[in-house]
Design a protein around this ligand. Structure first.
Ligand code: I3S
Length: 128
């Protein structure tokens, strides 16, 4: 029998409110439209819904469908350069299908946790 190494831990799942805008869609620049979104990291998927959840059951309770979802497989994450936004704590997420997103939180701890979670998710799905 063969013994392939398997990942020892699942990527952490995460949810919370972040500010988000697309900056590129299908490889083309689009106008920014910052929205506050309930954001859920679920497996390799990152899901966004407009507005804020009124409880922990937004997705589970069937109250709202995700507005927008991206698959993080093959994506890259980096701190956005100053020319991408005047806001602080901005993460740039590049999805292989030609979508680039900015996500942001004024809270330093929140954005650091998200950066780490996104990086870990991308790393752990790198060979799928
Ligand atoms: O990269 P930009 O064009 O300076 O982004 C700003 C605009 O999207 C602006 O809206 P208008 O297109 O109506 O001017 C937004 O209000 C700003 O928040 C955007 O800049 P920041 O630096 O906040 O990402």
């Amino acid at each position: 029998s063969s013994h392939f190494p398997v990942p020892s831990e699942k990527p952490s799942e995460k949810c919370g409110v972040l500010n988000m805008t697309k900056i590129t869609e299908n490889g083309r620049r689009v106008r920014k439209n910052w929205t506050s979104s309930w954001t859920v990291l679920q497996g390799s998927e990152l899901l966004f819904a407009k507005g804020q959840a009124s409880g922990s059951s937004w997705f589970g309770g069937g109250q709202s469908k995700p507005e927008f979802a991206v698959d993080l497989k093959g994506a890259s994450v980096e701190w956005a350069s100053k020319d991408k936004s005047s806001k602080k704590n901005v993460i740039e997420l590049k999805i292989p299908n030609g979508t680039d997103l900015l996500i942001q939180s004024d809270n330093d701890g929140t954005i650091t946790e998200w950066f780490n979670a996104l990086e870990e998710t991308i790393r752990s799905h790198a060979c799928e």
